[in-house]
Design a protein around this ligand. Structure first.
Ligand code: 13P
Length: 255
């Protein structure tokens, strides 16, 4: 039995004047909070404000990235121990925008995943293929390689972690994977973990990400291996995000 989890990735959005209001609005969602876990990942300088706005509520917070090292001369980077100091529960690693725009390789992402665990942060590992890769029939091997880079780190690296399947062609495009496409890839991801650690695979939360909104959440969330969502654009609108939380909570109630 897996409790649904919905995490909002604010990406490079949000200003000082609006962050608290958005964060507070999330806490006022009229949902059964026992049935869904909720997290928000704002830009680094907003974490403390957002934490102040949601602390005492069931909403957790996290970072969108971290450096693989715990300290040092890495100008402009943010370290895991600092995210921990800020009370973060989660940290996103390997988002396709980091892989694509900042040239993060599977090995870089694996090192960040390890840094998250080392600092008692729950890594949300993002995997997913590009449109070109899907069209070439390579979605499976691409996601397999992304998963294996982390699986090879340790005996049971996904214990206490989260995976988000985010097909790159669905991110910010308004084009969502069909519930069947999402389910197919989620089942693959769970089986890759299950081949090594069956127990961990059963409890591992697998989020879908890519143009999730209120209009499609109710279809995606009930899929057998879809345990929630990693939401970009729609998490910046309180009513949209609340509706997604509601769909996830309902799917949890039906599980
Ligand atoms: P969108 O919901 O804007 O497509 O973004 C998804 C995403 O990248 C979440 O990490």
């Amino acid at each position: 039995m897996r409790r649904p989890l919905v995490v909002g990735n604010w990406k490079m959005n949000g200003r000082l004047g609006e962050a608290e209001e958005l964060a507070r609005a999330i806490t006022s969602a009229e949902i059964d909070w026992d049935r869904v876990g909720v997290g928000v990942c704002p830009p680094f300088p907003l974490i403390e404000r957002v934490a102040g706005a949601v602390s005492g509520s069931p909403v957790a917070w996290g970072g969108q990235n971290l450096h693989a090292e715990d300290s040092g001369a890495f100008t402009g980077e943010v370290h895991g121990p600092l995210l921990r100091d800020l009370g973060c529960t989660y940290v996103i690693v390997g988002h396709s925008e980091r892989r694509g725009y900042f040239a993060e390789t599977n090995e870089d992402v694996a090192a960040k995943f390890e840094a998250a665990h080392r600092n008692d942060l729950v890594p949300i590992l993002c995997v997913g293929e590009t449109e070109e890769e899907r069209d070439a029939g390579r979605a499976e091997p691409v996601v397999r390689a992304q998963m294996e880079a982390v699986l090879d780190l340790a005996e049971d690296p996904f214990a206490g972690a989260v995976v988000a399947y985010e097909p790159v062609w669905a991110i910010g495009t308004g084009r969502t994977a069909t519930p069947e496409q999402a389910q197919e890839m989620h089942a693959l991801i769970r089986s890759l973990v299950g081949d090594r650690q069956p127990q961990t695979a059963q409890t591992l939360p697998l989020l879908y990400g890519g143009s999730v909104k209120s209009a499609n959440a109710a279809e995606l969330m009930p899929q057998a291996d879809v345990d929630g969502a990693l939401v970009g654009g729609a998490c910046l609108k309180a009513d949209e995000f609340q509706a997604i939380l509601k769909a996830a909570a309902q799917a949890g109630a039906g599980a």
